[in-house]
Design a protein around this ligand. Structure first.
Ligand code: GDP
Ligand code: MN
Length: 376
């Protein structure tokens, strides 16, 4: 679960890391009163659970009440990567000499937490990292040992050599480590960590908490339901594993491994998967229909690859669900490519043919078939 910036900053502030003074607001009246209390210029920041706001116009400096109100209105009615801001964070403007980046990221495959830092932080951190790869400091932290003083020193050596703010940076790095452990964070990032004339200030923070550990943190507010992609929320209600991506070919399979292999095969054949979807083992016709309804309600999707390799799941049951979706949801049989094999496949294929769908037994052929349909 990703926290909003204002929530992340509150946690940083409580842990003793300097953040700008600010308040969360959602009405024009509040914009006026908070901004005048803080004093102009102020920074207005869209509170959305996605990054890249700076470039998208979701972070602006306002010099006057007039511009603060105008910008607040604009931001609150704009979408940022599909998200309408739930509120605005208004902060005092902090003048930054330099912008650093410090992050702690869980590396599942290495079973460590990687401490990453670069002196080239800010909105262009990705470009900076590829332009100055030597500037990127990566330190693998063993979660059982934790952060040791020399790890923090390495960051300070790279980011602030010879600076009197070194100690402060080492402190901040060690506080971030403690916070990320306490919060069960899979990601904790400060970008930018600004070098100012009053020391280091966290101008932006991103914290993602391990969903599996959320039960240990009842104190952390849960996101309002509107945060969630509505299709993902609907799938969760139906017990279907569905994660949206940004391609245009819908994919669905019975079993998480097969669902991933299906996305990989589509991508390797030059297509762009629109989602991950696992209807699970032993899926009923209703669940299959539900999955197709969700996948097709994504406006980017026109074609779906249904990959069913049946074992516990029955091929005839899957076929009945697909036929039901075609009949009841007005989906054209042309828009679903079905691969059906395994348990009760013959019966399933017969049901699909009756519904006007052609089913293939070969995964490879099904992939080959779906790619041109999507691009056509
Ligand atoms: P992001 O683009 O979603 O990561 O949003 P950020 O909160 O990082 O804001 C984008 C950029 O705006 C930052 O990299 C800073 O350069 C700038 N910024 C944000 N707040 C302030 C501030 O208080 N003072 C200054 N000088 N710059 C700010
Ligand atoms: Mn940022």
């Amino acid at each position: 679960m990703r926290l909003l910036e204002y929530q992340a900053k509150e946690l940083l502030r409580r842990a003793g890391i300097p953040v700008p003074r600010g308040e969360r607001v959602s009405s024009e009246e509040e914009v006026r009163s908070v901004a005048s209390r803080l004093g102009y210029p102020v920074v207005l920041k869209a509170q959305v659970p996605v990054g890249g706001r700076g470039r998208a116009g979701g972070v602006v400096v306002a010099e006057s009440e007039e511009s603060a109100v105008r910008e607040a209105r604009r931001i609150l009615s704009s979408r940022f990567r599909g998200h309408l801001p739930e509120s605005l964070l208004i902060e005092e403007f902090v003048s930054a000499e330099r912008e650093l980046y410090v992050g702690l990221i869980l590396d599942r495959s290495a079973r460590t937490i990687t401490l990453i830092s670069t002196p080239y932080g800010g909105v262009d951190v990705e470009e900076a990292a590829s332009e100055h790869p030597e500037s990127l400091v990566r330190v693998s932290l063993d979660p059982l040992v934790g952060l040791l003083p020399h790890h923090a020193r390495r960051v300070a050596d790279a980011l602030l050599p010879g600076s009197e703010l070194r100690r402060e940076l080492e402190e901040i790095v060690s506080t971030l480590w403690r916070l990320s452990t306490e919060l069960d964070a899979i990601l904790l990032e400060v970008n930018p960590l600004a070098v100012t004339d009053v020391g280091l200030v966290a101008l932006d923070a991103r914290i993602e908490i391990d969903d599996s550990a959320l039960f240990r943190h009842p104190e952390i507010p849960r996101p309002p339901p509107t945060w969630r992609n509505p299709r993902e929320a609907r799938a969760a209600e139906l017990g279907i594993a569905y994660v949206e991506l940004d391609g245009d070919i819908g994919t669905v399979a019975n079993g998480a491994g097969l669902a991933m292999a299906t996305m990989d095969a589509v991508a390797m054949a030059g297509g762009r998967p629109a989602n991950f979807c696992d209807v699970g083992g032993g899926a009923s016709a209703e669940r299959v229909r539900g999955a197709l309804e969700i996948i097709f309600s994504n406006p980017r999707v026109s074609t779906v690859l249904f990959n069913a390799l049946c074992g516990i799941t029955r091929g005839d049951e899957v076929a009945r669900g697909i036929a039901m979706a075609v009949r009841e949801l007005g989906i054209s049989p042309e828009d679903i490519v079905v691969r059906l094999d395994g348990n009760m496949a013959e019966e399933g294929i017969r049901i699909l043919e009756e519904a006007g769908l052609r089913a293939l037994r070969s995964f490879r052929e099904a992939v080959r078939e779906v790619i041109p349909r999507a691009s056509g």
